[in-house]
Ligand binder design. Structure first.
Ligand code: FAD
Length: 403
């Protein structure tokens, strides 16, 4: 019997094409085969699919590009035991509920499969296995250079979370070779580790969740500065199921903390420069599990992690939960500020008209990078895209009449 993933893959066939299949068909090698769209969306996760949903409604010609094998892979590649911290009632994108009891917490694979089914349901044109290697401008339009050739676009949406590449301190390579080390993005399950102690470097949500998973079988040290704060509710409590989860996510994160409110503008820089507050696994839980808190790791001494107080930690495993870089080096446009961050106003890039971001942390609101919040940003950006398409079209018509 076909699995649900196989069934949804079969349903996807007419719409999702892989870059490899495209290359086999001749790809974009010859200039005659040059492809051109009103809009190219880069990234086919929840942000890109939400943008696609609204672009389709507007009737614009568009294509979604994604480097992964399958839609939903950014979720499938996370650690095996990961469950969403948001309940299913907050895990649906516009137009399609998440198919699970509203207060349950879906697994990461269920989320991946949901996204794949979403692309199929709305017939979104996703081209997988197509990595964008360079985005630049030529003759007033955008050129999207991929591993399968060039695609031209009037407008481009970079639709993805700003954590595509992992961050590691340079001294990580000085650790002894018999210490198993990995970044949290490569952690899958406890079988990857050696017996003995584990140092978790970084005390954000990934660090806290991985520490909890490993605490039964290993002695755990957790290194980091001040903990990033904690969500004031337990997501699985009765009060949360009844009202609090919705209140926190839909009212505080979605309505109160936005770039349009004084409170939102005040917290935004802090949110952007610090780890997200602990949501599911709190400091108290870690203490109860025996996780030992130590100071920051500042280097390596005799092949072992060295802490800021001079202590050397004798562990056989190190997991770097040290965060991510946006990974936007392929964007060859003057759209980054002196700190290397994308410069935009709620997703609209003024330095390169026709370019947009969706999915970035606090793009417009605290909810912008979350499943329940990304749809509002996608809708607003597509309205801007449609407005620009109309005015560029009208200008072109005027010019042709004048000629
Ligand atoms: C561990 C973890 C748990 C989370 N849990 C929750 C949760 O419970 N609830 C919630 O609301 N949010 C959660 N989030 C936050 C957020 O919902 C996810 O990070 C989500 O995956 C973001 O979706 P996205 O589409 O914006 O970006 P991504 O999921 O990162 O998708 C971006 C896509 O772009 C593609 N891509 C990247 N670069 C290129 C390129 N150059 N060319 C072509 N394609 C490219 C990638 O292949 C990927 O498929 C969690 C985040 C993490 C890290």
């Amino acid at each position: 019997m076909a699995t649900s993933a196989e069934k949804s893959a079969a349903r996807l066939e007419p719409f999702v094409e892989s870059g490899e299949a495209f290359r086999r068909l001749g790809g974009l090698e010859s200039p005659a085969a040059r492809e051109r769209y009103d809009v190219v969306v880069i990234g086919g996760g929840q942000a890109g699919l939400s943008v696609g949903y609204y672009l389709r409604k507007r009737g614009l010609r568009f294509l979604i590009l994604d480097a992964s094998e399958r839609v939903g892979d950014s979720w499938r590649k996370r650690w095996d035991s990961l469950r969403l911290f948001t309940p299913a009632k907050l895990d649906g994108l516009v137009g399609m509920k998440f198919p699970a009891p509203s207060n349950s917490f879906p697994t990461k694979d269920e989320m991946g499969d949901y996204l794949e089914a979403y692309a199929a349901k709305f017939e979104l044109p996703v081209r997988t296995r197509t990595r964008v290697e360079r985005l630049f401008q030529r003759d007033g339009g955008f050129v999207v250079k991929t591993n399968a050739g060039e695609i031209e676009a009037e407008q481009v949406v970079v639709a993805m979370a700003n954590f595509q590449n992992h961050k590691l301190p340079s001294f990580a390579r000085e650790l002894r070779s018999d210490i198993v080390q990995m970044h949290s993005s490569d952690y899958r399950n406890p079988a990857q580790l050696r017996d003995g102690g584990v140092l978790i470097v970084g005390g954000g949500n990934s660090g806290a969740e991985i520490a909890k998973e490993l605490s039964g079988a290993h002695e755990i040290w957790m290194s980091g500065g001040r903990p990033p704060g904690e969500a004031p509710i337990r997501m699985d409590s009765l009060a949360s199921r009844l009202v609090l989860a919705r209140l926190l996510m839909r009212v505080v994160f979605h309505r109160l903390l936005t770039v349009k409110t004084p409170m939102g503008r005040k917290v935004r820089p802090k949110v952007l420069n610090h780890a997200t507050p602990l949501i599911r696994v709190k400091g108290k839980d870690l203490a109860a599990l025996g996780v030992k808190r130590v100071g920051r790791v500042t280097g390596v001494a005799d092949g072992r992690p060295l802490l800021e107080d001079g202590q050397v930690v004798d562990v056989t495993n190190v997991i770097w939960c040290t965060g991510f870089h946006p990974g936007f080096s392929w964007i060859d446009l003057p759209v980054f500020n002196e700190r290397g961050e994308a410069d935009h106003e709620a997703g609209v890039v003024t330095a390169a008209p026709g370019l947009y971001f969706v999915g970035l942390h606090f793009l417009y609101a605290m909810s912008s990078a979350m499943i329940h919040g990304v749809g509002r940003d996608a809708k607003r950006i597509v309205e801007t895209i449609a407005g620009r398409a109309r005015s560029v079209g009208a200008q072109a018509q005027l010019l042709s009449v004048a000629r």
